[in-house]
Design a protein. Structure first.
Length: 237
């Protein structure tokens, strides 16, 4: 398989605090990778370096053979924990803003946005504003927005953790439906049931380092690290 995303000795800092330490990682095209670990372990930071929301301090990130600071990289979509919708824009405007700024055709983008709204089960919500929607509806709008650019890489940063239990299932079902086999997906989540349904490989992070990288089956049945075993045991209680 193609080495699609490569971390080469990547470290990152916020102020004087190191949050990723000498990370080496290869992700193949089309892989669905779950990223778990205790709070503050660097999970969200890891995926945010891919689309440069978090600058790296040392090392390199290579995407499809190119440094991720160069142009003409594969499209990268991201879904945030807290939706990150523009409150003063309608649903349709939230979906089409970025593509329009990059020269997209307004009529074609409107049609595409409406098709995606149907896909995330929110057909007819074009003219609504985010503050009139439930958390689950806002997150589904955020998912549709990420798909507007036809991403080859989809980054999901705790996509269900800001939701109440009644809304979590609706978002999980939509995500399970839209994660295509040919899309490379990285999912940060504490929701182990969701990770089990959507990924085939799991990374375990602690203190900014990947201490385990296993298939999903081995991760739970044959843990590679004592800290990982302890974490899984806590999840089961």
């Amino acid at each position: 398989m193609n080495n699609f995303i490569e971390f080469r000795n990547v470290s990152a800092q916020i102020d004087d605090r190191t949050i990723l330490k000498d990370v080496n990682l290869t992700i193949h095209q089309g892989e669905h990778v779950g990223i778990i670990g205790p709070s503050g372990s660097g999970k969200s930071s890891l995926i945010r370096t891919i689309n440069r929301l978090l600058p790296i301090h040392t090392g390199k990130i290579i995407i499809n053979g190119k440094d991720n600071h160069t142009k003409n990289l594969p499209q990268i979509g991201m879904v945030f924990q807290a939706y990150a919708l523009f409150p003063h824009l309608t649903v349709l405007e939230n979906l089409t803003l970025a593509p329009l700024l990059h020269g997209g055709n307004a009529k074609a983008l409107k049609c595409k946005a409406q098709a995606l709204l149907e896909k995330v089960r929110l057909a007819g919500f074009d003219d609504r504003y985010p503050n009139s929607l439930s958390g689950g509806q806002q997150q589904r709008i955020a998912i549709a927005r990420a798909l507007m650019i036809d991403p080859e890489i989809l980054l999901l940063d705790e996509p269900t953790s800001a939701l109440d239990p009644e809304m979590i299932n609706e978002v999980k079902l939509v995500l399970q439906d839209i994660i295509a086999n040919n899309m490379t997906v990285l999912i940060v989540s504490h929701d182990i049931a969701f990770i089990k349904k959507t990924t085939s490989r799991i990374l375990f992070l602690e203190n900014g380092q990947i201490i385990s990288d296993q298939s999903q089956k081995d991760f739970f049945e044959n843990p590679a690290h004592a800290r990982q075993s302890e974490f899984i045991s806590q999840l089961n209680h």
